[in-house]
Design a protein around this ligand. Sequence first.
Ligand SMILES: C[S@@+](CC[C@H](N)C(=O)[O-])C[C@H]1O[C@@H](n2cnc3c(N)ncnc32)[C@H](O)[C@@H]1O
Ligand code: SF4
Length: 395
Amino acid sequence: MPSPSATIGATPNAPRFTTLPPLALYIHIPWCLKKCPYCDFNSHAQRDTLPETRYVQALLTDLETALPSIWGRRFSSIFFGGGTPSLFSPAAIDAILAGVRARMPVPPGTEVTLEANPGTFEAQKFAEFRDAGINRLSIGIQSFNPGHLRALGRVHDDAEAHRAVEIGLATIGNINLDLMYALPEQTLPEAVADLRTALSYAPPHLSAYHLTLEPNTLFARHPPRLPDDDSAAEMQDEIEALLKEAGYDHYETSAYAQPGRQCRHNRNYWEFGDYLGIGAGAHSKLSFPDRIRRQVRYKQPQQYLDMIDAGTPVIEEHEVGRRDAGFEFMLNALRLNDGVPVALFQERTGFPLTLVEPALAAAEAKGLLARDHQRMGPTELGRRFLNDLQELFLA
Ligand SMILES: C[S@@+](CC[C@H](N)C(=O)[O-])C[C@H]1O[C@@H](n2cnc3c(N)ncnc32)[C@H](O)[C@@H]1O
Ligand code: SF4
């Protein structure tokens, strides 16, 4: 007879996968021209010349070392994130992609995104990124308002923001624009003006993030005057309404896409797919027939490079327990406005849905979640109070 700690009800302790989830590749480039005062990403101001050649080599060694964990699989998408990946030369991006293709299957038509900052844009360079295999750009516009760009400590001005969109559209075409709202002293008409300017370019994809004060940033230590919660909520409502009117599908909390242009890479995160993250501070989630493993790599670029030479870039590794698997799946899936197929829970966590049944029932009773035998997802109320909904799955 199993011990009481081995099972809770009928739910086994270890996951069981009959098929593994899709596998995405994330490549972290940890440098920026300057550190923005609101940013808590693993990004470091560039001091001297970037150690580009050494870092490219390190990334490929990193991938090589990870291969035994992903044998027989293929990459469903590739994403260069940062930091500012567009600081790297097209030759470096080409060498990375060629190295990836030499080691793992990357089917034709795979989405390959590069995050790019205005201020690093130059038409020839972006044409070369395209030739290297980049077929999607995510451009960190944040705002088209020169005063707000200054308040955010951005290195680019409004003219460079426009130029970046124009070059992005002319060279690669498939672009996402990142905007932030509820900026220091921003008014509703100013937030709307930013959005209208972005929409005038008809970008296939747009992300609109509520500026948040993240711990350990300059803004957290010296907070600027930000719009209050009611004003921020009004901005969000107006942004949603305008994007809907313009034909965009609001498919995730902060993401909007023209029909057929959702970001496949990010969607894989929200659907609790697998990802291998290589580069400084990158996170991975990898499934095996009987376990899910998470890994984190050394965060400081120099330390990452040294540890690659020493044999392992991984600083932390653990297996995802049953409770965390259920919570993490729901945390991600509930960000998707249309929800997910009910069957995806078992497919991606390796556990039966009964694992989260009490929380599902509680969320349904509170009107935060709706489900039938096919799909489950947040209601209108659940989308508005997403944190409350997600918290029910933490208990
Ligand atoms: C990984 S970041 C970096 C992209 C790129 N380096 C840039 O800044 O243009 C991706 C996006 O997250 C958003 N972001 C970063 N910090 C944020 C914060 N504190 N609050 C809300 N959104 C934030 C920005 O819109 C940014 O473009
Ligand atoms: S450019 Fe982007 S990643 Fe770099 S510091 Fe600014 S917000 Fe962070």
